[in-house]
Design a protein around this ligand. Structure first.
Ligand SMILES: [Zn+2]
Ligand SMILES: [Zn+2]
Length: 258
């Protein structure tokens, strides 16, 4: 018995050694420098199914998007298969009134930190893109322009609560209804803001409707979610202004370039 046990361990040792040699992705370029060349993208980011590409350099997740919604919209050109005339109601029960803009393909590159960190400065969110939804569509904040509330723009949200601005950039300021009703649920992961913290729908997993009073001034809070078993700070969409983000990013924001 002792002999066969020793033999067994020896074989295991050989197998383990050869395995780790074959699987290594680390290149040692000198006695002091080690370069890791093959960072995998954490599974949670692969939920962004509408991205053109998603890569990880170890510091930032880089997401490229054309910002084209994968659902029907009255804002697509009539020649587009996803064009659909719409005369119903939209967010807040208002009757839809189309704005003069049309959806145009964008080329956005978004960099979000792989390890999101709280930023005591809580930088104000800019006008324009502040994050990305799972379908590759951009998130905007609660303003129509500098210090202008969305009040007069809400009627121009299409049946899935998005609309394009002057340069054809389609975006959501409020709950992306196609995602919460077709692709996931009211409590599902919907995307990320530029600081890397995730965005969830207007309900918790137990069905509780999230209200602003349950969230901090940045419009989020911390607890476990389906995607983060040890808990994470996350934003929620709510039915009331500011809808997605309040007084700035909770964490240090990454960048977006077009
Ligand atoms: Zn808008
Ligand atoms: Zn929550």
């Amino acid at each position: 018995m002792p002999i066969s046990k020793t033999l067994c361990y020896s074989i295991l040792l050989i197998l383990t050694t050869s395995c780790s040699k074959n699987d290594t992705t680390t290149t040692t370029t000198s006695s002091t420098t080690t370069v890791t060349t093959n960072n995998t993208v954490p599974a949670v980011y692969n939920k962004i199914y509408g991205a053109t590409s998603i890569t990880n350099d170890g510091t930032y997740i880089t997401i490229k998007t054309k910002d084209l919604p994968d659902h029907k919209s009255a804002y697509y050109a009539t020649s587009n298969a996803l064009y659909e005339a719409y005369t119903g109601t939209t967010f807040g029960g208002f009757t839809f009134q189309k704005n003069p803009n049309s959806i145009l393909e964008q080329s956005g590159t978004i960099k979000i930190p792989v390890n999101p960190k709280v930023d005591p400065a809580h930088t104000a969110t800019p006008l324009g893109p502040i994050g990305i939804a799972l379908n590759g569509v951009l998130f905007f904040n609660q303003y129509a322009g500098p210090s202008q509330p969305l009040t007069n723009e809400i009627v121009s949200f299409d049946k899935y609560y998005g609309h394009p601005q002057q340069s054809g950039m389609y975006h959501y300021h409020v709950e992306p209804l196609y995602l919460t009703t077709t692709k996931t649920t009211k409590s599902g992961l919907l995307g990320f803001l530029l600081d890397g913290f995730p965005v969830y729908g207007p309900q918790e997993e137990d069905g509780t409707l999230v209200t602003n009073s349950m969230l901090d001034v940045y419009h989020g809070h911390t607890h476990k979610t389906m995607d983060y078993s040890s808990g994470i700070y996350h934003y929620h969409f709510t039915a009331e202004a500011p809808y997605l983000n309040g007084n700035g990013f909770y964490g240090t924001p990454g960048t977006i370039s077009q």
